[in-house]
Design a protein around this ligand. Structure first.
Ligand code: GUN
Length: 294
């Protein structure tokens, strides 16, 4: 078993981003700028946004976190998004999900200017991704592709099974792995809560991407010998033994699955760190105007 080490790969790519950001800043006279909107007080979301902001500063970006109480209306939120769309000094905008029930996430996503949509959730970016055109790729699938590329994992002709069809991970991941690109060129099975014989489907996989949000859901009996295992799960449980008061668990039963795997991502220290890298790369590209000209 070999570890797909998110700590090592993310640190290396962040060095490249910091160098490129410094060059941009020297030329443009301002830093790349990411704005993150956070609505409410979801503990997980607060942690993720804080980490995104911290990492922006680390690589030399400007970062702004705009926070709203859960009582904000959909119209107020969209008005703020439109204001940011029109602000030439802001390159990237993300609205952390999930949103409170009274706000439609699709309306919010479509309100963001697709040229600032560094989450890659806007239908224009999704459509362009499907067509293999330049676009912002959702951060987690993007980070996973960067990880596969870094370790030269062979994907062409392999059977990839994606577990979970979310807009944020499973669905875009299935598109990226199937695209005519490297990494890519997989035969992809996208599984979900209505899939029949899920265990048999996963057993056929050369590459498994587990993105269902259930602690230790993928067990050793579901895994083919030598499979590559990508664990997207970040399941938080309270713990008395950690400094933060939380312990993270993946969607994969790591201890049991690792001996059968050729490559596997740990949790923490795997995909989560690569997600940040995906977001930073998109923000840098937004600032440079290399995907969509300014
Ligand atoms: N919630 C969970 N993952 C993400 C993400 O990548 N972006 C946003 N905006 N919200 C999320």
């Amino acid at each position: 078993m070999n570890l797909l080490d998110g700590k090592l790969v993310s640190a290396k790519i962040k060095e490249d981003i910091a160098r490129d950001a410094a060059a941009f800043t020297a030329e443009a006279g301002r830093r790349p700028h990411l704005v993150a909107i956070l609505v409410g007080n979801d503990g997980g979301s607060e942690t993720y946004v804080a980490s995104k902001m911290r990492n922006c500063e680390l690589v030399g970006f400007e970062s702004t976190n705009i926070r709203y109480d859960v009582t904000i209306t959909e119209a107020e939120l969209i008005a703020k998004i439109q204001e940011i769309n029109a602000d030439a000094a802001i390159d990237g905008l993300i609205v952390q999900l999930p949103l409170p029930k009274h706000i439609d996430p699709d309306k919010v996503t479509e309100a963001i200017d697709y040229r600032k949509d560094v989450d890659g959730f806007h239908p224009i970016n999704l459509g362009r991704m499907q067509r293999n055109l330049p676009c912002f790729i959702p951060a987690t699938p993007y980070g996973i592709m960067l990880m596969l590329a870094h370790y030269n994992i062979e994907t062409a002709g392999k059977h990839a099974v994606v577990v979970g069809r979310s807009n944020i991970v499973g669905s875009p991941m299935s598109i990226l792995l199937a695209r005519n690109s490297n990494p890519g060129n997989c035969t992809v099975t996208l599984t979900h809560s209505r899939t029949a014989n899920l265990k048999e489907e996963i057993l056929r996989a050369d590459i498994v991407v587990a993105a269902i949000g259930k602690k230790n859901f993928v067990t050793a009996d579901m895994i083919k010998e030598g499979a590559v295992i990508i664990d997207v799960g970040i399941n938080r449980e309270t713990s008395e033994t950690t400094k933060s008061g939380f312990k993270l668990y993946g969607d994969v039963d790591f201890d049991a699955v690792a001996p059968k795997a050729s490559w596997i991502t740990p949790v923490p220290g795997g995909v989560g760190l690569m997600t940040i890298v995906g977001l930073l790369k998109n923000t840098l590209e937004a600032a440079r105007g290399t995907i969509y000209a300014k």
